[in-house]
Design a protein around this ligand. Structure first.
Ligand SMILES: [Zn+2]
Length: 67
């Protein structure tokens, strides 16, 4: 896997990153599944607690990121 997922917000970041660019979290997991791409002004972005675009995991450690 070229990416790891932020445990806090589910953002997918390159494996060599140490800080999440979305929430600033520093805890990452390899146990993630599914990919959600959030675009500007998308309906999905409007439903997120954080209105940021980017690529997110659908599930992290078995829990859904988006509820
Ligand atoms: Zn994060």
């Amino acid at each position: 896997m070229p990416y790891k997922a932020c445990k806090n917000c589910g953002a997918l970041v390159p494996r060599d990153s140490n800080v999440c660019p979305v929430c600033g979290g520093t805890t990452f997991v390899d146990d993630w599944d599914g990919v959600v791409v959030v675009l500007d002004n998308s309906e999905l972005a409007a439903r997120l607690k954080f209105a940021k675009k980017g690529m997110f995991a659908l599930k992290v450690s078995g829990s859904y990121v988006f509820k």
